[in-house]
Design a protein around this ligand. Structure first.
Ligand SMILES: Nc1nc2c(ncn2[C@@H]2O[C@H](COP(=O)(O)OP(=O)(O)OP(=O)(O)O)[C@@H](O)[C@H]2O)c(=O)[nH]1
Length: 239
């Protein structure tokens, strides 16, 4: 199973579209225990559709372009297989670690109906920080299946308290019932990444803001072309 695949499972804009205006790339990894709704969350975010059936995660890479505060972003979302805890550490293999290192941001999903998926959060968060030393990679914690309160195993406030302690944004959603909360979780993440990318590459920001001066020979050529043209016009009219 290859986590980082080049295939675009859901691509809205082919890679060759207008290279000159190539939008900024934001890479997001979606992690969590098995069966918490990672794939459903990704598909809901990218297509607004909810997939009710369960199919073991194949670890697909999805990509599409979205509008965020007037800017077009190219989003790549890596879905991942369920993670378990093994002797107080998440059982992340090298492919999963490579995916976490690849990401600009991470969504950690747990289900309010599965206490074990909640217990995984802090171990997984610590693991992500170890793979991104010194970097404050944005992490959002999503408590999913909020429509299943009658079989809940995790109190809503416990998820929020843990997220605050870990310094993460927190969203309680029901992927099956609501698109907006899902969109907002990804929206917050993309804004955080955009802020980091803009501040971390001031040079690029400066050049992108100040129009590049035309190359002198181009301007010189135009001036000489105009002179030649007007001289020719003079000769014709003077005939
Ligand atoms: N009731 C309800 N069911 C949901 C919700 N989100 C996902 N599901 C269901 O939960 C099951 C698991 O969803 P997946 O998206 O496959 O979960 P996953 O985390 O990708 O699972 P793995 O592939 O095992 O890692 C599916 O049957 C989904 O339809 C939700 O918000 N509410």
């Amino acid at each position: 199973m290859r986590l980082i695949q080049s295939m675009c499972t859901i691509a809205e804009c082919p890679p060759d579209c207008c290279p000159a205006a190539r939008p900024r790339l934001v890479k997001i990894a979606v992690l969590g225990a098995s069966g918490v709704g990672k794939t459903a969350l990704v598909v809901r975010f990218l297509t607004r559709r909810f997939i009710g059936d369960y199919e073991r995660n194949a670890g697909n890479l999805y990509s599409r372009q979205i509008q965020l505060d007037g800017e077009t972003l190219a989003i790549q979302v890596q879905d991942t297989p369920g993670i378990q805890i093994h002797e107080h550490t998440p059982d992340c293999n090298e492919q999963l670690n490579r995916c976490i290192r690849w990401a600009d941001a991470v969504v950690i999903v747990f289900s309010i109906t599965d206490y074990k998926s909640y217990e995984l959060l802090s171990y997984l968060h610590q693991h992500i920080r170890q793979l991104h030393p010194g970097n404050t990679i944005p992490v959002v914690i999503v408590a999913n299946k909020a429509d299943l309160l009658h079989i809940k195993e995790v109190e809503p406030q416990h998820g929020l308290q843990l997220a605050n302690m870990l310094g993460c944004a927190f969203y309680e959603v029901s992927v099956s019932e609501n698109y907006n909360d899902v969109f907002n979780a990804f929206h917050v993440l993309c804004k955080e990444v955009s802020k980091q990318q803009i501040t971390s590459t001031p040079e690029r920001r400066r050049t992108s803001l100040i129009p590049r001066p035309k190359s002198p020979n181009m301007q010189d050529l135009k001036r000489r072309f105009k002179q030649a043209l007007s001289a020719k016009v003079r000769t014709v009219t003077s005939v």
